[in-house]
Write a protein that binds this ligand. Structure first.
Ligand SMILES: [Zn+2]
Length: 73
């Protein structure tokens, strides 16, 4: 599942929203059809999701393994 930029002008799927969709869920058949939504609906979704998910601290991706430091002794 991934979110990608809308290639064609589509209306936002959220009820009550009259914006054009900027993004869509590329679901590869998981949903019946692709869900399109605009920037502000994306923000709202994100806010709702972040209320449920406790953010985990992200580890530094390029931490040096300890064994590479032994030359400093
Ligand atoms: Zn919208």
């Amino acid at each position: 599942m991934q979110i990608e930029k809308c290639k064609h002008p589509t209306k936002c799927d959220f009820v009550g929203c009259k914006n054009l969709a900027d993004y869509q869920f590329s679901t590869k058949g998981i949903l019946k059809r692709e869900l399109a939504f605009c920037e502000s609906c994306l923000q709202e979704m994100y806010l709702e999701i972040s209320k449920m998910q406790i953010p985990k601290p992200v580890e530094a991706p390029f931490k040096l393994p300890k064994r590479l430091k032994k030359e400093e002794k």
